[in-house]
Each structure stands twice: as structure tokens, then as C-alpha cells.
Design a protein around this ligand. Structure first.
Ligand code: C2E
Ligand code: CA
Ligand code: CA
Ligand code: CA
Length: 279
């Protein structure tokens, strides 16, 4: 009786009804999705502020799901991190991005820097440096063409181990970029300890900045500090011409945002880049 009751009870328990069905379905179909090539990388141009030229791109993953359509990484990356699937998926992203750089180079579209987002879970792996090295070698590209985007979260688990890996990656010749600076617990102490190349300022730094003097002073000061530390500064999520004029005024080095282009499929990026180079 007790057993029966438990089962009955379970059927109607609110926690059961709350199980997000889509989440479960996504979680269960990831492996098949990778095999069936449902994942794809989009690319968002990175623009040099001084010249107005495209110098690189950020690779951003998308999932073309047969039932749900285009699924955002904000939905499935956390699931992949929870299940550990981020390891094979992250490796796929690395290999794909490296191959894409090599393909663009063959098409006469050399890119100085393609950013790849890294999950903290990937840094818990001992072989991560080797994995990255292999992806670069297999594609026949130069290590400095890859920029790995990391967040402060990679220091949560085992900071000494992480720092050792970052130094090995620096030795390898890939660039390191601190993503989402200005969100969470952004601490300036990270800037002095990591072998960083780029600081990416989160969209929240500049949205609504135009009428907010204090916000402008913070933005300006962070850029000054970053430049003193020899870091390149990228502002993300730039949408308006007003924001652009403040970005120029404070000597930010590069921007990404809808004002230039959203992330687009590789073929579309090649088209944008080709047209852009011709002008
Ligand atoms: P992120 O690395 O901070 O990427 C920037 C996000 O801002 C992207 O969202 C991009 O599409 C969006 N964005 C770009 N310009 C603008 C703009 O002007 N306005 C606004 N409102 N948004 C803009 P997306 O592509 O949905 O990616 C979301 C997050 O998912 C990324 O944030 C990153 O943390 C994660 N992600 C994406 N691809 C990968 C990946 O291959 N591996 C891992 N581990 N994470 C990834
Ligand atoms: Ca990023
Ligand atoms: Ca970011
Ligand atoms: Ca992010």
C-alpha cells in the first residue's frame, strides 16, 4: 500500500509537474544532435574602433533542433555543463572554429583573431591544453589566430590548477580574453594575475550610458586601467551610434554589437567580410 501511495503521490506532486519537459528533451538529445550535426557556429564580427575594419570574429554556438527550431546557447550550455556533455561539445566547437579559420584563409579571407568561448568545466580537464593544441594543428592555423574567452568562473574550483593551464596556453601562443567583465564579481585582482590579452566589457557597461555621467566615468576609468596593464579592450553589445561616440571618446579598442552585425552563419560572415574589405 505504502509503495502504491508513494507512486500515486509522485504522479501528482508539484515537483513532478514542474519538471521542464523541454529541458529534459534537450538534455537527452544532445548526443544524437552532435552526431547528426545539428549544432552550428555563428560568427559575429569584431570591429577595430580606430579603423572601422573587421579584424576578427566571435564564434557562438547554435542548435538547430528538429522540434524546437533554433535553440539558444543560454538554454543548452548550462545543461551541457551539468551533464558533462560540454566536454565533447566544447571540443567540437574548438575544432570547428579552427577549421573555419583555415577555410576562410583558403578563400583569401585571413582573420587575425577568432574568439572561442570556453566553459569552466573544460578547464577542469588535464588534457585541455593538448585538446586545443590538436585542434590548431589539425586545421593548420597559427595559435595566435585563436582567442579563448574565459570568465572568472574558471577560478572558482581550483585557481592554482587554472592559472597553470592559462600559462601553458600562453606558452602555446593562443590569446586569452576575459569575458563578461562588469558582471558578477568582476575583480580587478584577476587582471594582475592572469596572462590576459583582452578584456571584454559586458554590454551592461554601456547600455544607458549616454545620459549617465557616473557610468561614463566608470567606463572611462576601467579602460584606462586596462590600457595601463597592456590589455586590449573590447566593448560588447553595442547597439547605437550614441554609444559608439562614447566608445570612441574613451579610446576603447574594439567593439561587437548589433550596430555592426548580429552573429551570422559562416557563409554570411564571409560575404560581409568580403564586401567590407572591398570598400
Ligand atoms: P557571450 O560570450 O557574452 O556572447 C555575447 C552574446 O551577446 C551573444 O549571445 C551575442 O549574440 C549577444 N550579442 C551580440 N551583440 C549584441 C547586441 O548588440 N545586443 C544584444 N542584446 N546582444 C548582443 P548568444 O550567441 O546567445 O550567446 C549567449 C552566451 O552563450 C554567450 O555569451 C556565451 O556565454 C555562451 N556561448 C555561446 N557559444 C558558446 C560556446 O561555443 N561555448 C560555450 N561554452 N559557451 C557559449
Ligand atoms: Ca564571449
Ligand atoms: Ca560576453
Ligand atoms: Ca557570457
Amino acid at each position: 500500500v505504502a509503495k502504491k501511495e508513494r507512486n500515486t503521490c509522485k504522479l501528482y506532486s508539484p515537483s513532478m509537474n514542474d519538471v521542464p519537459k523541454k529541458e529534459l528533451m534537450l538534455e537527452n538529445s544532445m548526443f544524437k544532435a552532435l552526431e547528426e550535426e545539428q549544432f552550428t557556429l555563428f560568427y559575429q564580427p569584431k570591429i577595430d574602433v580606430a579603423t572601422g575594419r573587421i579584424y576578427g570574429a566571435e564564434a557562438l554556438i547554435r542548435w538547430r533542433h528538429p522540434d524546437f527550431g533554433m535553440v539558444s546557447p543560454l538554454e543548452f550550455i548550462p545543461l551541457a555543463e551539468k551533464t558533462g556533455f560540454i566536454i565533447p561539445l566544447g571540443e567540437w566547437v574548438l575544432r570547428k572554429a579552427c577549421m573555419q579559420i583555415s577555410e576562410w584563409e583558403r578563400m583569401g579571407l585571413p582573420l587575425l583573431s577568432v574568439s572561442v568561448n570556453m566553459s569552466m568545466i573544460q578547464f577542469q580537464q588535464k588534457q585541455i591544453v593538448h585538446t586545443i593544441e590538436r585542434a590548431i594543428a589539425a586545421a593548420g592555423i597559427r595559435p595566435e589566430q585563436i582567442e579563448l574567452e574565459i570568465t572568472e568562473s574558471i577560478f572558482m574550483d581550483n585557481p592554482e590548477h587554472t592559472l597553470k593551464i592559462l600559462h601553458e596556453l600562453q606558452q602555446l601562443g593562443v590569446k586569452l580574453s576575459l569575458d563578461d567583465f562588469g558582471t558578477g564579481y568582476s575583480s580587478l585582482s584577476y587582471l594582475q594575475n592572469i596572462p590576459l590579452h583582452t578584456l571584454k566589457l559586458d554590454k551592461s557597461f554601456i547600455s544607458d550610458i549616454v545620459s549617465d555621467f557616473k557610468k561614463q566615468m566608470i567606463y572611462k576609468s576601467v579602460i584606462v586601467i586596462a590600457h595601463h596593464l597592456n590589455l586590449k579592450v573590447v566593448t560588447e553589445g553595442v547597439e547605437t551610434e550614441d554609444e559608439m561616440s562614447i566608445i570612441r571618446e574613451h579610446n576603447c579598442d574594439a567593439v561587437q554589437g548589433y550596430i555592426y552585425s548580429p552573429p551570422v552563419p559562416a557563409a554570411k560572415f564571409a560575404q560581409i567580410y568580403t564586401e567590407h574589405r572591398a570598400t
